[in-house]
Design a protein around this ligand. Structure first.
Ligand code: 4NP
Length: 165
């Protein structure tokens, strides 16, 4: 099984949206059980909470289930457990890199390697550089977040599919 962890700051807006969108795409592709998906935040403010109202509303509109998704904080063990740790923006990435360094992990690879460990979602979408998913907690623009999350998840799934064959 390939394990994917989406990471943002609060784990209530962007990364739970990515978790729900990816879960839905994986199911549609018949790859349930072959790709595991989770999300977490670098911050601890919202632990145990359901996704933000804006994310819930958008997912409901798209008929994408967010059932069972609650916020948690990223843990050091996550960096060892997951095959892809996918940050929503550069700030999340810097935080994760710091955690990896503390752990002395030498296998945290960059996105252009064959199998990246730590990467940003939009690293996989050439048309969307420089590659940060804006935070709708501040912008209020959940539609734009969805557009980027959807494009990023499509590209990431294509990449993972090649690994599965
Ligand atoms: P997210 O958005 O990282 O996409 O979940 C945020 C949610 C909450 C906060 C910041 C960003 N906060 O400061 O509480």
């Amino acid at each position: 099984m390939i394990r994917v962890l989406f990471v943002c700051l609060g784990n209530i807006c962007r990364s739970p949206m990515a978790e729900a969108v990816m879960r839905s795409k994986v199911k549609e592709a018949g790859l349930d059980g072959r790709i595991g998906i989770d999300s977490a935040g670098t911050g601890d403010w919202h632990i145990g909470k359901a996704p933000h109202e804006g994310t819930r509303k958008l997912l409901d509109e798209k008929r994408i289930s967010w059932e069972g998704i609650t916020a948690r904080q990223v843990a050091k063990e996550d960096l060892k457990k997951f095959d892809y740790i996918v940050a929503m923006d550069s700030s999340n990435m810097t935080h994760l890199q710091g955690m990896a360094e503390e752990l002395g992990l030498s296998d945290v690879r960059k996105a252009n390697d064959a199998k990246p460990k730590l990467c940003r979602l939009l690293d996989f979408v050439p048309e969307e550089q420089p590659g940060d998913v804006p935070d709708p907690y501040y912008t209020g623009n959940f539609q734009e977040t969805y557009r980027l999350v959807d494009a990023g998840c499509d590209a990431l799934l294509e990449r993972i599919k090649h690994q599965l064959v």
